[in-house]
Ligand binder design. Structure first.
Ligand SMILES: [Zn+2]
Ligand SMILES: [Zn+2]
Length: 155
């Protein structure tokens, strides 16, 4: 059975849906990379990182992703010349997603955006299946997070 997952920014101006949402159709992964951490700090949303600096990301197929409201408030930023394109709701500095280029919008969505009303990310997508980029973790790299895991990167 597939579900339509709803996400929104903290203030509710930006809303969207992900169709065909299930643990099989998405990749939920923790990312410790310095670029994700820099993004959270840049937004003033370090509260979204866990104590070791992990971001909780849900990777979805771009075709399943739709804005329902507030798309004009979504802004993009790139924090380093080779960094991901990062998108956020400018109304309330909620991170929305990451993409490799501007032409493929929204492949990685912050799980927190699904958790505004209820703990839905766990219900719809299941818990994170793993974590990557552990070498950037604050403190010691968590076990199993420093190996290259193409399945988590590419989905
Ligand atoms: Zn907002
Ligand atoms: Zn990252």
């Amino acid at each position: 059975m597939s579900t339509t997952a709803e996400f929104r920014c903290r203030c509710g101006e930006v809303r969207g849906t992900v169709t065909n949402a299930s643990p099989r159709t998405v990749n939920r992964v923790g990312c410790y990379c310095d670029d994700c951490q820099a993004f959270a700090h840049w937004l003033g949303r370090a509260d979204l990182l866990d104590p070791q600096g992990r971001s909780d990301i849900v990777q979805v197929a771009p075709a399943t992703f739709t804005f329902v409201q507030g798309q004009d408030r979504v802004k993009g930023v790139r924090l380093s010349p080779k960094g991901l394109y990062r998108w956020y709701a400018s109304c309330c500095n909620t991170p929305v997603g990451n993409t490799l280029s501007p032409s493929i919008p929204f492949v990685g969505i912050h799980a927190s955006a699904f958790d505004q009303d209820a703990p839905r990310a766990d219900t719809v997508f299941g818990p994170p299946t793993g974590a990557i980029q552990g070498k950037h973790a604050i403190g010691e790299a968590p076990p199993g997070t420093t190996k290259i895991r193409p399945s988590l990167l590419l989905g």
